[in-house]
Design a protein around this ligand. Structure first.
Ligand code: GLN
Length: 494
């Protein structure tokens, strides 16, 4: 039998039910691997070994009695943006030093209620702002994928989640996606991640970045594992005013893999002149496979795509500047008190020391675009363009069932990549941000490898609350692509 820490969530779930192995054995296998390799990957900020073993023991008791939830005994890594009761929650920021929430987020509560076993809290870009997991106060995360013997970045902001799954430290990890933070790291690490429709998962207890965009979702080894996790994570929550009061279908049941007659939209705006030819080839292969399986390929236009990045990088910082104003040294974490200073000096010194460069940049941009003189020119205009982008999708979905695009414009990059300015890094989000602005579900699956053997992601976008179609087409495509490339893992001296 394969090592327990390399099995899929579905295999773990089934093996635990049939008592092939115990939850304590499964948890121990993962914890031992984390102990062995996390010093290299830096994927986990906090490892909750005792808690994991305690939860696994409780799962074994339930399983022995023939009971247990949907994922009884399955280990889960939690992005360190979810509040977990009495467990350090950092958002990868210095400003949350020592913060142990008094409550548990809704999504993690649901996971523990269904038998998930908490392995610990995984790394991310500070406050989920970034595309390479390079802005964490707790240090960068290394992907298990390498080029020329050197580790690459895992993508971001859920870089710890993606690296942890790809490096066999957990079968599934929770991510959040505001502009691509589940889909892009999944693509960079050769695995699968889905951002469900805005409103599907409760945001209650997730440290807020941009509240009109933030959405939780799973990162896992394959589409089925993502579907199982969504069954656990989704559902109405009266504690989140934007939570959708809709029944949650059985997402796993939707996986037939049959794509015959499904109409797949290919947006011409996602193929700009300078598109990376290897990304374009991978996309074309996906299109050809769907066509060969009887899907109808439809050329579509999403005319406002070109404005999506600019719109996102006004709206997201605006909301972040408001959300992050609560970190003032009084209620949470770090407090810096200058000698002979007053309250304002304390605020200033705390925020100056507590936030990293990228977070400060966003707070400043956000404060600027919301200020009285510029509100109409920037923020209000961005809100109008956001509406146009959502309308583009609404019209397209009159003609198609799902839309296929690449997930990211490039293969994963190395730590030597130094963008000449911050906007260059923002360009990474070009294919994921429009979906977020429109609140739609999007999944990334591995679409193939480039000439260096590095993973490239394919994105499927669906109608609001139609995750079933997205998952099913992704499942069909996953079977046809048959992606088997494996990350190199740890290489000496790196
Ligand atoms: N990379 C994007 C950003 O930096 C998206 C982040 C996210 O989805 N949390 O804002």
């Amino acid at each position: 039998m394969s090592k327990l820490n390399t099995l899929t969530l579905a295999d773990l779930r089934d093996g635990l039910k049939t008592k092939k192995f115990s939850a304590v054995e499964v948890a121990t296998a993962h914890l031992d691997e984390i102990e062995r390799t996390n010093p290299h990957y830096n994927a986990f900020i906090t490892i909750t070994r005792d808690k994991a073993l305690e939860m696994a023991k409780a799962s074994d008791a339930k399983l022995a009695a023939g009971n247990g939830g949907l994922i009884e005994g399955v280990p889960v890594g939690v992005k360190d943006l979810f509040c977990t009761k009495d467990v350090l929650t950092t958002a990868a920021s210095h400003i949350l030093d020592g913060f142990k929430p008094q409550y548990e987020s809704t999504v993690t509560t649901k996971i523990w209620n269904e038998g998930g076993v908490m392995l610990g809290k995984v790394n991310l870009d500070e406050f989920a702002m970034g595309s390479g997991n390079l802005t964490s106060y707790y240090g960068a995360v290394k992907s298990p994928w390498q080029k020329d013997g050197k580790a690459l970045v895992p993508g971001g902001s859920s870089g710890g989640s993606a690296a942890a799954v790809a490096a066999d430290l957990c079968p599934v990890a929770l991510g959040t996606d505001t502009g691509g933070s589940i889909r892009q790291p999944a693509a960079f690490c050769g695995i699968t991640g889905i951002k469900p429709t805005y409103g599907r998962c409760s945001r209650w207890g997730i440290v807020a970045f941009a509240s009109s965009l933030d959405q939780a979702g799973p990162i896992a080894r394959n589409v089925r594992d993502c579907a199982i996790m969504l069954n656990v994570m989704c559902g109405y929550d009266p504690k989140d005013s934007t939570s959708a009061n809709l029944a949650v279908p059985d997402f796993e049941k939707a996986l037939t893999g049959d794509v015959k007659g499904r109409r797949i939209g290919i947006p011409k705006e996602y193929r700009p002149d300078g598109i990376n030819p290897e990304i374009a080839a991978m996309w074309d292969k996906g299109i050809a496979l769907l066509k060969g399986a009887g899907a109808e390929i439809v050329d579509i236009s999403l005319p406002h795509t070109g404005y999506a990045l600019a719109t996102y990088y006004i709206i997201a910082p605006a909301e972040c500047s408001s959300n992050l104003s609560r970190y003032d040294g009084v209620k949470f974490g770090l407090r810096v008190t200058p000698e002979n200073g007053g309250l304002l000096d304390m605020y200033e010194a705390t925020r100056a020391a507590g936030f990293g460069k990228e977070v400060k940049r966003r707070i400043m941009i956000g404060t600027y675009v919301l200020s009285a003189g510029y509100y109409d020119a920037y923020y209000k205009k961005a809100q109008r363009v956001r509406h146009l982008i959502a309308e583009d999708f609404r019209k397209a979905f009159e003609k198609v069932d799902a839309i296929l695009t690449p997930t990211a414009p490039s293969a994963p990059f190395g730590f030597d990549y130094k963008p000449s300015n911050p906007v260059e890094m923002y360009l990474n989000d070009v294919f994921t941000v429009p979906t977020s602005l429109a609140g739609l579900p999007g999944i990334s699956i591995p679409g193939g490898v480039d000439k260096d053997g590095l993973p490239l992601g394919l994105q499927l976008i669906g109608k609001a609350f139609d995750e079933e179609t997205v998952l099913n087409i992704a499942y069909g495509l996953e079977q046809m692509i048959g992606f088997t490339a494996k990350a190199q893992g740890i290489v000496a001296n790196d």
